[in-house]
Design a protein around this ligand. Structure first.
Ligand code: PAF
Length: 287
C-alpha cells in the first residue's frame, strides 16, 4: 500500500491503473477510522481492482474551529488498518495541497436544490458545501468507477447522489456509481462514529438511549393510527428525558426529498443529540 500526499503523485498513480484497465473505487474519509469505515473499504476492495482511501480532515466543512481542532487524527493507525484490509492507495494531503487560500476562505457555492437547507444543513450552514467541495475534487482527481459512503450521514449521501446525478447530465464524472452502505453499530446499538472516541465511559452508556429509542420508534410507527408528528415528538421526549442527552433535532422525512412527510412509507428519521459536549448523529429507516 502506498501513502500519497500530493495531487500530482495521485494523478500519476491513477493514470497507471487506468492504463491497465483496472477499476477504481474511492472511499473518502476524514480518518480516525473505525469498523464503520472498515466495512466501506472491505466492500470497495471486493468490488474494484484498486481501492483508494482518502484521509483528509476537510477544514471547509467545519463551521466551528474548535470542532476542527479537536477532530481526532491518527494516520499511522489508519494506514495500518487500511493495509490489512487490502487498500492500494491512501491519499492524505495537507489542506494547502487541496485548496488555495481563496478556495479555503470563499469556497465555490453549490446549489443542492434545498437538500442542504434542512436538518444538519440548517444547523451547520455551509457544511454540505464544504463536503461537496472536497468530494467533487476527490472525484476529479481519482476518477473512480464507484464511490462509497455510509448511510449514517444520510443527508450527506443524498446530497452526493444529487451532485453526481446532476453532473452526470453534464458528463463530468462518467459512469461514477455512488454506493450507500448500512450503518455499523456496536452490539449495544450505538452507531459507530469517530466522535465516540470523545465520549467518557459513562457518556457512552448514556448515549445508548439514542439508538434504543430509534428502534423503539419502529414499533410505535406500526401501531394502528400511528401519526408521524406524534412519533417524532415521542422520540424527542424520550431521549430528552435521559439526563445528559439533549436532542438538537429529530425529523421524520422522505428519504428522497428530505422534506417532512405524513407517512412512514419511504421515511427516515434523522436525529442529532448532544451527549454532554459531544454531538452525535444517527438515523432509522421506517420502510
Ligand atoms: O463523511 C465524512 O467523513 C466526510 O464528510 C467526507 C465525505 C469524507 C468529506 O470530507
Amino acid at each position: 500500500m502506498q501513502i500519497i500526499t500530493t495531487k500530482a503523485e495521485l494523478e500519476r498513480s491513477i493514470q497507471a491503473c487506468k492504463m491497465k484497465g483496472q477499476t477504481i473505487g474511492l472511499v473518502p474519509t476524514m480518518g480516525a477510522l473505525h469498523e464503520g469505515h472498515a466495512s466501506l473499504v472491505r466492500r470497495c476492495v471486493s468490488e474494484n481492482d484498486i481501492t483508494v482511501v482518502s484521509v483528509f480532515v476537510n477544514p471547509t466543512q467545519f463551521n466551528n474551529k474548535e470542532d476542527l481542532a479537536k477532530y481526532p487524527r491518527s494516520l499511522e493507525r489508519d494506514a495500518a488498518l487500511l493495509e490489512s484490509i487490502g487498500a492500494q492507495f491512501v491519499f492524505a494531503p495537507a489542506p494547502e495541497e487541496m485548496y488555495t487560500a481563496q478556495e479555503m476562505d470563499e469556497p465555490f457555492q453549490f446549489d443542492f436544490n434545498g437538500l442542504d437547507k434542512v436538518m444538519e444543513g440548517k444547523m451547520r450552514p455551509g457544511h454540505f458545501n464544504g463536503v461537496v467541495q472536497v468530494v467533487s475534487r476527490l472525484f476529479y482527481l481519482v476518477q473512480p468507477d464507484r464511490g462509497y459512503f455510509g448511510e449514517k450521514d444520510f443527508q450527506q449521501l443524498a446530497i452526493i447522489h444529487f451532485m453526481v446525478e446532476r453532473s452526470a447530465l453534464a458528463g463530468t464524472f462518467g459512469n461514477l456509481q455512488i454506493i450507500g452502505c448500512p450503518i455499523v453499530r456496536e452490539q449495544s446499538g450505538l452507531a459507530l462514529s469517530s466522535r465516540n472516541e470523545r465520549l467518557s465511559a459513562d457518556e457512552k452508556q448514556t448515549a445508548l438511549a439514542i439508538s434504543r429509542t430509534l428502534f423503539a420508534s419502529l414499533d410505535w410507527a406500526k401501531q394502528p393510527n400511528a401519526n408521524v408528528l406524534e412519533v417524532q415528538q415521542r422520540v424527542v421526549d424520550t431521549i430528552n428525558a435521559v439526563p445528559g442527552l439533549e436532542v438538537e433535532y429529530y425529523e421524520i422525512v422522505d428519504q428522497s426529498t428530505l422534506m417532512p412527510t405524513d407517512t412512514f412509507n419511504h421515511a427516515i428519521g434523522c436525529v442529532t443529540v448532544y451527549c454532554g459536549p459531544v454531538r452525535l448523529i444517527d438515523n432509522i429507516m421506517y420502510s
